[in-house]
Ligand binder design. Structure first.
Ligand code: NAP
Length: 331
């Protein structure tokens, strides 16, 4: 059985480019006891892939040169030497950027495709939906009268965060790049307003949009936008550090917030989010997200590109802002 795999060819010096990865075709190995074989149908594209190919560990060790690129995916079990999995089971897990996964079953979780299609388990019911859920409700301690700011608001995490914050009753302002994305953030995902950071100054817009300051900032981008939020905090504000896509290309010289001392006056806090820390609560969170989705209170927007051979170009779309909702590849 031939496996098509995306391998890390070289570490990018600046951004990921067409030379970062190479496609390899190889026989997939035989199964050992405890293994499953998965025909991968969808591969998730994530900004964290940039830190994963950096030469220093961040929250996970670097992907080795020549190794299959780390990636989440969803697919169907086609062979099993593990008692918990049967041929035909739909599963999601860290299967790598490849068409066939063979390895320990421990990386896989069974998914129920009668609740939502397989691809939803990479988006609204996957890592990005869960990051929005736990980031707002646990780390951010969202309250119904909060005034909430969310960056990368048209993206995979952002558009779910906007919708959850709205259904909980909060006032929500998104930040996104471009007029069309901003229109989506307001008209499709329901935010009260959106700042187009590519044509407007976020710092100039915040005083008008947040009288009394920001109660909760869900930060997906870092850098100057984080500084603008820090300059405009309400009492007891919370900043959820979900990620910093604007910083991932220069991880050794991250733009530190020059004004973090602004946390002191309002007794504000800034806290990291890693959804894996909430893993034991995933089933309950998925159930709630699926129920909101089923009754039309939130939508899972996704952008599906075609073909594993396009992996390097599709991944670059995240950094160029060429996606709305969850970006994934159909293998
Ligand atoms: P995404 O938002 O779907 O895609 C990334 C978006 O970021 C792009 O569409 C682009 O939108 C924006 N962007 C790109 N470069 C930017 C820059 N230099 N400055 C400002 N915005 C920029 O990606 P995602 O998967 O939802 O991830 C969003 C963030 O959440 C990332 O920081 C990621 O690392 C983080 N995350 C965290 C967890 C966790 O557990 N902590 C889990 C998943 C993701 P515009 O067109 O609007 O610029």
């Amino acid at each position: 059985m031939r496996n098509r795999a995306v391998l890390l060819r070289q570490r990018p010096i600046a951004g990921i480019d067409d030379q970062t990865f190479e496609l390899d075709t190889r026989d997939s190995p035989d199964l050992r006891d405890g293994d499953i074989r998965v025909e991968v149908k969808y591969i998730s594209l994530d900004p964290a892939m940039r830190p994963w190919v950096h030469d220093k560990p961040n929250y996970l060790p670097p992907v080795e040169i020549g190794a299959v690129m780390r990636a989440g995916g969803a697919g169907i079990v086609t062979a099993s030497k593990h008692d918990d999995f049967e041929v035909g089971d739909a599963v999601q897990g860290m299967f790598g950027a490849q068409s066939i996964y063979v390895g320990p079953a421990a990386v896989a979780t069974k998914i129920d495709t009668s609740i939502a299609p397989m691809e939803a388990y990479l988006g609204g019911l996957g890592g990005t939906g869960l990051a929005a859920y736990f980031g707002l409700l646990k780390v951010g301690d969202l309250r119904k009268d909060d005034k909430v700011l969310i960056s990368a608001a048209a993206g995979a995490v952002g558009h779910i965060a906007v919708q959850i914050a709205k259904l909980k009753g909060a006032y929500v302002v998104g930040i996104a790049g471009g007029e069309a994305k901003c229109r989506n953030v307001v008209e499709t995902f329901g935010a009260d307003a959106c700042i187009d950071y590519k044509s407007e100054s976020v710092a100039d817009r915040l005083p008008d949009l947040f009288e009394g300051g920001i109660d909760l900032y869900f930060d997906n981008v870092g850098g100057e936008i984080l500084e603008a939020a820090l300059d405009h905090l309400a009492m007891r504000a919370r900043i959820v550090v979900s990620g910093a896509i604007g910083q991932y290309d220069h991880l050794d010289e991250v733009h530190a917030p020059r004004n973090y001392l602004n946390l002191i006056g309002p007794g504000a806090r800034m806290q990291g989010l890693l959804n894996m820390h909430w893993a034991k609560h995933f089933p309950a969170a998925r159930k709630e997200l699926a129920a909101w989705h089923a009754d039309g209170r939130i939508q899972f927007h996704r952008q599906i590109e075609d073909g594993i051979e396009t992996f390097p170009q599709v991944l670059q779309m995240l950094f160029a802002g060429k996606n709305t909702g969850k970006l994934m590849l159909k293998v």
